[in-house]
Structure formats: structure tokens, C-alpha cells
Design a protein around this ligand. Structure first.
Ligand code: CP
Ligand code: NVA
Length: 321
């Protein structure tokens, strides 16, 4: 086991659920990111890292996924463990078996559970009854695994996180919430630009503000995309209609039209600003093709980092460190 994996802060997460960043300390975040960087280097050197040998992860997905599913499955394989992909429809969950019973049954077989679903209350219910760590693989309210990979990506490209400014432009959705939490915890300034009526939840903003006070950083929510992006180090956007909001997609287009990240908006950011997007992206809607496929974009590094960040998380919560 590496020095970082043995570190007290990584060990402190053992057995913990990861539904959002509530309960995490700044040190926890940096310990997981450090371990992720180590695991990434080991993989590049072709070294084996069987920290989860003999362990199984159950993955319950009620929504589509490319990155989350593949990175968790590959991650478990590379850590010497095994992943089981389950869906609502293919299990008794789809026929009404209670989440509480499912959590208790799965806990008798597996060492961790990843859930991607709609209502956040479903993952909290599962976690309440599970004897093994439950990881949020995306809910309507949070996408914390993505935010871990995002911070790893910024850290790699900028050499630091503390004091940087991340501007998120678009819908105040699950991604905005997880970035608010993660950035505040990391000691970054975060600005959210969202149209009126699509702002992030007030409770999440207030929590991030409280965390930011400790780090002496700022949390800003505005309707002004240009003001949010001005001299920012990172510009981030996500789809205007998330999974489950397909029926609203057409009505949202005119509302979000002035929140598109294009070259003109990118010019108002710092000259060395990075462009991030969790993917999948809709070129021509929330971002223009010249930005997402341009030199400032690090979206595929971000996607790759899902693997490394989640391996670190899995080792922390399911490993024997
Ligand atoms: N970014 C992300 O979570 O992608 P998937 O929906 O493909 O998992
Ligand atoms: N906000 C998007 C993120 C997809 C990874 C959604 O929930 O569909």
C-alpha cells in the first residue's frame, strides 16, 4: 500500500457513504485526490494495484450512463475486485421490493453499492439500511463522483486548487450542487451563473458559503454569465435539460440561450482558463463546438479522471487501509 493510501485521512473514510460532500473535511478531499493521482501514475507504469482483491461492488442504475458505469466497472477490475451491474427492471426493485430490504440483502453479499437514480431520497434511504458503503453515482440533486474527477483534472492542469476561481454557467442542477460543495471544500472561489428560476438550491448555496468562510473564499450566484466568467480560471457547463427533464428540453432552449459557453464568453475568462464539461455534451446548445473541441478544453482528461478518482474513493471506503 502506498504512503498516501495509508494516510490517516484516507483511512478516516473507511466504511463511509458518499452521497454528497457533507461530512467531508478539506483534508479528506485532498487525501482522495492525492491517492487518485498515485493510482493514475501506477496505472501508467503498468503496476498492479489489487487493493480490493476479493471485494464486490453492486451498481444499481436507473438512468443511462457511459462514463460512470464503465469507469466503476473497470476501476473495480483494476483494483482486483468485481462489479455487478444491476438495473431497476432486472431486479425485484422494479417489482416493488422495498429499498430497505434490498439494502440489507445486498449488504450480505457485496462490500459496496453504487446507485444512479432520480430522487436523492432513494440513495439516502438505501444508505440508511445498508451495512456497506453507498456511493452516489448521480441523483437529481448531486453528482459528487464527477466533481472529484473535475477537481483532479483542474489540479493536474493548474498545479493547485486553492485560490482558483471556477465559473459554472447554466442550469443550477446536480452538477452545480456538487461543484459548489467540492470547490468550497477545496478552497476555491465558485461562481454560478444561472437564469432566474434555475438557480441552485438555496440550502446547498448556504452550506457552500459556510464552508467557504473557513477557506476565506467566495461563493457567488448571479444571472450574469459574463460577470461570473470574468477572469475565471475554470469555465464549466453542463446540459440545459438533465436526465428526466427531456419533456422540458424545448422550453428551456430560449431561457438558456444567453448562457451558452462560446468563444466570446471564454475570452472574458483568464487567458489560461480551462474549459470543463461533465459530458455528454450538446454542441451548439450549452457549448459551441469550437470551445469544447478547442485548445482550452480538458473534457476528455476529465472523463478519464473519473476512473482514477473513483478508484481512490473505492479504496478509501471499501479497502482495508
Ligand atoms: N458524466 C457522466 O456521469 O457521464 P455518464 O452519464 O455517461 O455516466
Ligand atoms: N446534469 C446531467 C449530468 C449528466 C452526467 C444529468 O443529470 O443528466
Amino acid at each position: 500500500m502506498t504512503a498516501l493510501a495509508e494516510s490517516k485521512r484516507v483511512a478516516a473514510l473507511k466504511g463511509a457513504h458518499f452521497l454528497d460532500f457533507t461530512g467531508w473535511r478539506s483534508d479528506d478531499l485532498y487525501a482522495v485526490l492525492g491517492l487518485a493521482a498515485e493510482l493514475k501514475r501506477s496505472r501508467e507504469r503498468g503496476e498492479r494495484t489489487p487493493y480490493l482483491q476479493g471485494k464486490t461492488l453492486a451498481m444499481i442504475f436507473d438512468k443511462a450512463s457511459t462514463r460512470t458505469r464503465v469507469s466503476f466497472e473497470v476501476g473495480m477490475f483494476e483494483l482486483g475486485g468485481h462489479a455487478l451491474f444491476l438495473t431497476d427492471g432486472a431486479t425485484q426493485l422494479g417489482r416493488g421490493e422495498p429499498l430497505a430490504d434490498t439494502a440489507q440483502v445486498l449488504s450480505r453479499y457485496v462490500h459496496g453499492i453504487v446507485v444512479r437514480t432520480h430522487a436523492h431520497s432513494k440513495v439516502t434511504e438505501l444508505a440508511k439500511h445498508a451495512a456497506v458503503p453507498v456511493i452516489n453515482g448521480l441523483t437529481d440533486d448531486h453528482h459528487p463522483c464527477q466533481a472529484l474527477a473535475d477537481l483532479l483534472t483542474v489540479w493536474e492542469h493548474k498545479g493547485r486548487l486553492r485560490g482558483l476561481t471556477l465559473a459554472y454557467v447554466g442550469d443550477g442542477n446536480n452538477m452545480a450542487h456538487s461543484l459548489l460543495q467540492a470547490a468550497a471544500l477545496a478552497g476555491m472561489n465558485i461562481r454560478i451563473a444561472a437564469p432566474e428560476g434555475y438557480e441552485p438550491q438555496e440550502a446547498v448555496v448556504q452550506q457552500a458559503r459556510q464552508w467557504a468562510r473557513t477557506a476565506q473564499t467566495e461563493v457567488t450566484v448571479t444571472a450574469d454569465a459574463k460577470a461570473a466568467v470574468r477572469r475565471a480560471d475554470v469555465v464549466y457547463t453542463d446540459v440545459w435539460a438533465s436526465m428526466g427533464q427531456e419533456a422540458e428540453a424545448a422550453a428551456r432552449l430560449p431561457v438558456f440561450d444567453s448562457y451558452r459557453v462560446d468563444r466570446e464568453l471564454m475570452k472574458t475568462a483568464d487567458a489560461a482558463a480551462l474549459f470543463l464539461h461533465c459530458l455528454p455534451a450538446h454542441r451548439g446548445e450549452e457549448v459551441t463546438a469550437d470551445v469544447i473541441d478547442g485548445p482550452q478544453s480538458v473534457v476528455f482528461d476529465q472523463a478519464e479522471n473519473r476512473l482514477h478518482a473513483q478508484k481512490a474513493l473505492l479504496v478509501a471506503v471499501m479497502g482495508d487501509v
